[in-house]
Design a protein around this ligand. Sequence first.
Ligand code: TXA
Ligand code: MG
Length: 359
Amino acid sequence: METKVFDYFAALYNDRAALDKAFYRAAALLRAGELVAFPTETVYGLGANALSAPAVAKIYQAKGRPSDNPLIVHIADEAAADELAEVTPLAKKLMAAFWPGPLTLVLPAKPALPRVTTGGLDTVGLRMPAHPAALALIEAAGLPIAAPSANLSGRPSPTSAAHVYHDMRGKIPLVIDGGETAAGLESTVLDLASPVPAILRPGVITAADLAEFIPGLTEQTQLPKGGVAKAPGMKYRHYAPKARVVLCERAELYPAYVAALKEAAQRGEPQPKIAVLASLAGLSGLAQAEHCFLLGENLTQVAQNLFAALRWTDEINADLVLAERFPETGLGIAIMNRLNKAAAGEPLPQPAAQGEKHD
Ligand code: TXA
Ligand code: MG
């Protein structure tokens, strides 16, 4: 199958006829049960008609995703939420405050929704994305759109159309290119179907942002025993580049870099290609490192660039990735959640033997 890429902003500003035609075609594809990748403010989504079991099955197939991992359903107006889920008063307040935006609400699902969409659960994650192309697509299709992140299962989520094209080329007919995504990390997933609301996946909207509506909520709020399971997707290895990823405190980056080189030398191996992912402050101590990716100067930029950085380590065929740890407060919680998954708990390389100097 040929995968076409449509440039949303170029058409929006220069060619409204092309824009109308493209969305007409995209909507027709979705109504015919095909997949369309589209931008959101978090990451790119791989969309299908959420009401069609065969269409949704194509998502799992294209991604290579386990079918017990539920999909988020994207809508363009609050009325659609009532058709798909039991919308509680708290959910209504959160929709008013945060939609359109990067907040997914898990609510009891109504029967209209095929269980293949919800991964067999009786609940559904709903979200109204804030990207104009996403909203236009949902409206044009006139359907709720089930969409996971548009990456191959286990790979970093796509934050540009090029990332989607890389993973989905030949598997889907259309990618809508809406530029680089603003947030760079997937939406916050909030469980409202259990007796105690809980964050299942941290994101740009933090517990502190939600606490005005849910007093006492923290990212660590645990579900009571017997409550609904955590977001099933969180149990799978995610965001993983091919190379081993090791997380280091800022001050550990340089010693870890040197230790990894020495270790290879001691084993008589060629020098490994070490990719360093760090903030400006983190990189400043690593002038000699050849393969550095600047994540940014603040946590917002780090979030925006993190998945592109992980993909870059694959492009350069890194042997080892050293990534800076960030403080686990505010947005840092979501960043570290993704970094910990990318690292999947790898230990630091052993420091050089005592008495040796780190240079
Ligand atoms: O920002 C986002 O949320 C992006 C864009 C495309 O909207 N989508 C996304 O979807 O990240 P996905 O499928 O990659 O991740 C959805 C996460 C998974 O961890 C899944 O297990 C969880 O949300 N989830 C979805 N529905 C759920 C439900 N009913 N109960 C618990 N967890 C749910
Ligand atoms: Mg995903």
